[in-house]
Design a protein around this ligand. Structure first.
Ligand code: CDP
Ligand code: MG
Length: 246
């Protein structure tokens, strides 16, 4: 929670909700009338593997990690149509935003949601049994329609991961920003301050950036440990750049 007592939270309308045409329903459940919260930002995102893996970084190494990354990328619900793979990323602002949206979303498991919290969004989800390469049972994947931040610090991490500052209405920008003084380029997964053939410009002088991102990039360039990975900084600058087909 910030000093003014207003929380922000981050929501994803996941590919299963899009493929089931539940977008309008989800947005209506999260409307100002129902939730008492305000939209702070919204965008439609074709999710790269880099972004999906960073989003679920806390689950790296768990059995369901590969499945949930493919799910978020849309590979599961649009296997033959990479052009349809997308999610809707939203930031909401208001008192108790994290708790309110988690409550409307419901428990992680759609079965638990149906048993204990009917009426929540995730009660409309499904659970899919998984098999390994040999066809043996290998756990399950919970297709639960929406993501919602589970704490204010997760919300900050996720809003910083998915949005650039100008995606958020100025009056609702809660995390520190700064105007960039330098050029930052990316080439083959490496950060540099000088342009080389084939490098991508991530940030240029005069552009508004999250202060935490500029700090992380400076640390990374100096070879010092940063509070987040380079992928966590650059992933949002690579959103909707090209179609990912695998
Ligand atoms: O989304 P939430 O914070 O409620 O749950 P999580 O434990 O952070 O897991 C992230 C996502 O991974 C879930 O929303 C599910 O879609 C998926 N998951 C899964 O497929 N199987 C599990 N055993 C746990 C999570
Ligand atoms: Mg979570």
């Amino acid at each position: 929670m910030t000093q003014d007592g207003i929380d922000q939270t981050f929501v994803l309308i996941k590919p299963d909700a899009l493929s089931l045409s539940l977008t309008g329903y989800v947005l209506s459940q999260l409307s100002e009338f129902h939730a008492g919260l305000r939209f702070a930002g919204a965008k439609i995102v074709h999710v790269t593997r880099m972004l999906a893996e960073e989003h679920y970084a806390e689950h790296k190494g768990k059995p369901f990690f590969p499945a949930v990354v493919e799910y978020l990328m849309g590979c599961v619900h649009y296997p033959d149509s990479p052009d349809k793979r997308r999610v809707i990323a939203l930031a909401y602002s208001g008192p108790g935003a994290v708790t309110t949206v988690r409550k409307i979303a419901g428990p992680t498991s759609p079965h638990v949601a149906r048993d204990t919290a009917p009426g929540t969004i995730r009660a409309l989800g499904t659970i899919v049994p998984l098999k390994d390469a040999a066809g043996n049972p290998a756990g399950e994947r919970m297709d639960n329609l929406v993501h919602a931040s589970s704490s204010p610090s997760d919300a900050q991490r996720e809003i910083n991961l998915w949005f650039i500052p100008s995606d958020i209405m100025p009056a609702m920008r809660q995390y520190a920003t700064e105007v960039c003084d330098d050029y930052y380029y990316l080439k083959d997964g490496n950060l540099s301050m000088t342009r080389e053939p084939g490098s991508i410009c991530i940030l240029a002088p005069g552009q508004m950036a999250w202060k935490s991102d500029v700090e992380a990039m400076q640390k990374i360039l100096q070879g010092e440990p940063a509070h987040c990975t380079l992928d966590a900084v650059v992933a949002k600058y690579l959103i909707n750049e090209k179609l990912e087909t695998s």
